[in-house]
Unconditional design. Structure first.
Lengths: 784, 88
């Protein structure tokens, strides 16, 4: 392991050994925390502090959308240890196994430290200034030849807020194209459209403190034990501490979350839509509706049905909203009696009634959690609406413990993508279609308003289709790995490799995406740069540059600034290297002025382990729409749903519609994909952490034991999985940490050696444009 | 030169005795939990012979109910992930 300390060899050996011992202690602490929730090791901190070798600096964790506060131990120029930040309300000193080992991800052997350019088919190292010159020249040439909409940027929910902000300013404000998307389209776009259609304003109304107040937790297709382990531990700790807490896991396969839950209910893929409607039917039939709340704060609506799946190029859909009354909504629900839905969903009428009784009991506070299971869904917007319907009918919303809570997957999917608006239709405040939003952006960015195009161009799937078709010729990809994550991957990889396409990739390690690049830029990672993330509970978290980036690596923000200046936009990007993050933040903050979204000043972010917005008069807002907590409420009532112009929250009549592709006689299994505890997304960072790699070295296909027996496959034997789009051979996992029901297989996507997305389908929710990675049809063969 | 960490669970009521005994053994560092009867043990031995001797000493502790390994490192088999390491 190369150690860039600049000290003598003895010191290097001592520090390396001490680093490994810190990692050993961290692993033990993580294991202890999993077994004994709430366990504390205060003496460890004293010992470390007393050593005099390590200084501790605050940062949010690099992985997942929880936003755990960590303290990074630094010795010289090297990050050597991590512990949970006890002052951060998110995790109160706890981390998961990824968090405890996060700094080791900085120091993989094959870290990209130099720029590379493809010459005669080979990647050749060049000075980074030369690579930036080439990028700017290629962008200019492409725009001159093919127009501004022939260049595109594809970013990430792992972008820092300044990364996304300067990308938006450059592409939307300066170049004048809306060809800006981010991988959060693949993970939380349906959450956004769910919020916008139900409440007219994005992001959760509650906060993690809901966990300390709720009596019932329902996890909707959400394996929190592996995906949000720190929050799940907090749930378990509450269940242990309080006698009246229960956890219901409502899912399509049995997971660690199911095992820890008080009750596990399995449903057939896609039928969560029907079950949610059946819960509402029961609530109404049993007179559990909170009429005081509904009469004052709720209105009823319906939209179009049979809305398609977007599998064809240039697919377009616009919903048509129509107001209805309660009686019409009640009539709509008659198709969803528990007995009828039992036949669709496989969930017994008894269990549906049980779920309804939990939501309907006025004495119980209920928090619903969801993430990818509801977001990656061809009716993703609808299922969000339907779960909000349950909370709205019962008035269980916007109060401590009563919370429909959409969790995000990435550390700044909220902060960078949703708040900055790094999607084709969005601006840092409002949407490009809104004249006032364009005027505000032009004023703050100091560009002519005519620069900002009022028409969105391509959402992510369509953007990669445009690259394949040749409508887009140049694409710059930062902080993400689409050549692992795009559904129907073969098409999009082939598109990126076509002769007249030019791909720039900024990353920290080689990946299948850098494999298709014409230019690779070495990027600073996490605490090698200053920045901010925004987590799932509206919390903005600042981190300083704690250690220097290796070689010529630079922040993605600064890469964009360098190229913008080369394109002639010096006036819009005037900042110096020692000040740019603070300056960018203060400029960006102007977009959100006002009580509904005011952000904390830079100086406040520096001091605290995260600040929740709206930040008004020096106070954070924990529960929105509730005047006890939210200064934006002005209607004088007990709640104020100020997002919609009619000041109501909207209940939607949304039907059950089947998945885009379901098992049939030829392809007789569901394929479900997802993540594992040990690895972050495509594994490009966590697979370089030895202990995480050892714990989960390779991907696998989970089979139901009876299906495995029918196929004649035992644990570890190879299985070929075949879809209409591709095939893959993988080892079988039977009765492992997850067990699918008969007729389903599950494959984690973290392992680039097994590109499961070559099999998945690029169908998406027509409203959110988010693909469904949880449902397509495959068949299986034993490999002899 | 292996480094290991363990969760050490004491016999009932013996946490203080366990801490004292572990602290007295060379190559052992302990981190007791402040609110549970559990101790983290980190061992750092210079060679295989010392490691074997240490294991014998640990096995002989009457105050120790169980020992669960949570981390292992040896300079001899240090991992370093290279692309392609994980091909099937």
């Amino acid at each position: 392991m190369k150690i860039n300390l600049g000290n003598n060899e003895v010191t290097m050996k001592l520090n390396r050994r001490s680093f490994i011992k810190c990692a050993a202690a961290s692993s033990a602490i993580a294991a202890a925390a999993a077994i004994f929730p709430g366990v504390s090791f205060a003496d460890w901190k004293k010992q470390e502090g007393a050593s005099g070798m390590i200084t501790w600096k605050k940062a949010p964790c690099r992985f997942c959308g929880t936003g755990c506060g960590v303290l990074v131990g630094v010795s010289g120029d090297r990050a050597v240890a991590v512990k949970g930040d006890p002052n951060c309300s998110v995790n109160k000193g706890l981390c998961c196994v990824k968090g405890y080992h996060s700094v080791q991800a900085l120091y993989g052997k094959d870290r990209i430290t130099k720029a590379k350019v493809r010459r005669n088919g080979e990647m050749v190292a060049v000075p980074i200034k030369e690579a930036l010159d080439i990028i700017a020249a290629k962008m200019k040439e492409t725009i001159d030849k093919h127009g501004k909409d022939s260049v595109a940027m594809y970013g990430s929910g792992q972008w820092t807020i300044p990364d996304g902000y300067v990308a938006s300013k450059l592409f939307k404000g300066c170049i004048g194209t809306n060809n800006l998307e981010a991988n959060a389209r693949l993970c939380m776009a349906s959450a956004v459209t769910g919020f916008m259609t139900s409440f007219g304003i994005d992001e959760p109304m509650g906060c993690y403190e809901d966990i300390d107040h709720a009596n019932v937790f329902v996890t909707w297709g959400n394996n929190m034990a592996e995906m949000h382990p720190v929050l799940f531990s907090r749930m378990l700790a509450n269940r242990k501490r309080r006698s009246n807490v229960e956890i219901i896991d409502f899912a399509t396969r049995t997971t660690r979350t199911s095992q820890a839950a008080d009750k596990s209910i399995l449903f057939k893929p896609q039928t969560d839509l029907a079950v949610a409607n059946a819960i509402c039917y029961e609530i109404i039939q049993n007179k559990w509706v909170n009429w005081d709340f509904v009469n004052t704060h709720v209105s009823f609506h319906k939209g179009l049905s049979n809305i398609g799946y977007g599998t064809e190029d240039h697919f377009a859909f616009t919903d048509k909203e129509e107001s209805i009354n309660f009686e019409e909504y009640k009539k709509f629900l008659e198709d969803y009696t528990p007995e009828k839905v039992e036949k669709i969903s496989g969930v017994s009428a008894k269990d549906i009634k049980y779920l309804a009784s939990l939501y309907g009991d006025p004495a119980k506070k209920v928090t619903s959690f969801w993430c990818m299971g509801m977001n990656q869904h061809t009716r993703g917007t609808w299922i969000q609406n339907l779960v909000y319907n349950i909370h709205l009918l019962t008035g269980k919303i916007s109060a401590p413990g009563n919370s429909p809570f959409s969790l995000t997957g990435q550390p700044s999917a909220c902060g960078t993508v949703r708040e900055v608006g790094t999607l084709t239709h969005a601006l840092p405040h409002g949407v490009v279609m809104d004249e006032h939003a364009r005027e505000l952006a032009a004023k703050i960015w100091d560009v002519p308003v005519s620069n900002i195009d009022p028409k969105p161009t391509y959402h992510t799937v369509e953007m990669f289709r445009a690259l394949d078709r040749g409508d887009i010729k140049f694409m710059w990809i930062q902080v993400t790995n689409p050549m692992v994550t795009m559904p129907n991957l073969n098409r999009y990889r082939n598109g990126a490799l076509k002769d007249d396409r030019f791909i720039v990739v900024s990353d920290v390690y080689p990946t299948p995406t850098t494999d298709v690049a014409d230019v690779i830029l070495p990027a600073a990672m996490w605490i090698e740069q200053e920045g901010m993330f925004g987590n799932s509970e509206r919390r903005t978290q600042h981190f300083a540059e704690i250690v220097p980036p290796p070689g010529e690596a630079m922040s993605d923000t600064w890469q964009l600034i360098e190229v913008a200046r080369r394109l002639g936009y010096e006036k819009q990007f005037p900042w110096g290297k020692d000040e740019y993050i603070g300056k960018i933040w203060e400029e960006y903050r102007r977009f959100h002025e006002g009580p509904k979204h005011n952000m904390a000043p830079y100086t406040v972010l520096l001091e605290r382990s995260g600040v929740q917005w709206p930040f008004v008069d020096g106070k954070e807002t924990r529960w929105r729409f509730n005047p006890k907590y939210d200064p934006a409420c002005t209607n004088g009532k007990d709640f104020d749903f100020y997002g919609k112009k009619d000041n109501t929250a909207w209940i939607w009549a949304r039907p059950y519609e089947p998945a885009a592709e379901s098992p049939d006689a030829e392809y007789n299994f569901w394929l479900n994909t997802g993540r594992v505890l040990e690895h972050w997304h495509t594994g490009s960072m966590t697979r370089r952490v030895p202990i995480l790699h050892q714990a989960m070295p390779a991907s696998y296909v989970e089979l139901n034991p009876e299906d495995a027996a029918d196929l004649g496959v035992v644990n570890g034997e190879k299985v070929k999985i075949i879809s209409r789009r591709g095939s893959i051979v993988m080892p079988a996992s039977i009765n492992g940490r997850g067990v699918p029901p008969r007729g389903m297989v599950f494959v984690p996507f973290f392992d680039e050696s097994y590109l499961i997305n070559e099999l998945t389908l690029d169908a998406f929710c027509p409203i959110s444009k988010q693909p469904d990675y949880k449902k397509c049809a495959v068949r299986l063969e034993k490999v002899s | 030169m292996p480094i290991f960490s363990y969760l050490a669970i004491p016999e009932a009521g013996a946490v203080d005795k366990l801490c004292a005994e572990l602290s007295s053994i060379n190559c052992c560092e302990i981190i007791p939990a402040e609110n549970k009867e559990i101790v983290i043990l980190v061992t750092d031995t210079p060679n295989a012979a010392t490691e074997t001797k240490l294991q014998e000493q640990l096995n002989g502790l009457k105050s120790l109910q169980s020992l669960s390994m949570t981390f292992g490192h040896s300079d001899e088999d240090q991992l370093g992930k290279q692309r392609g390491d994980h091909e099937a």
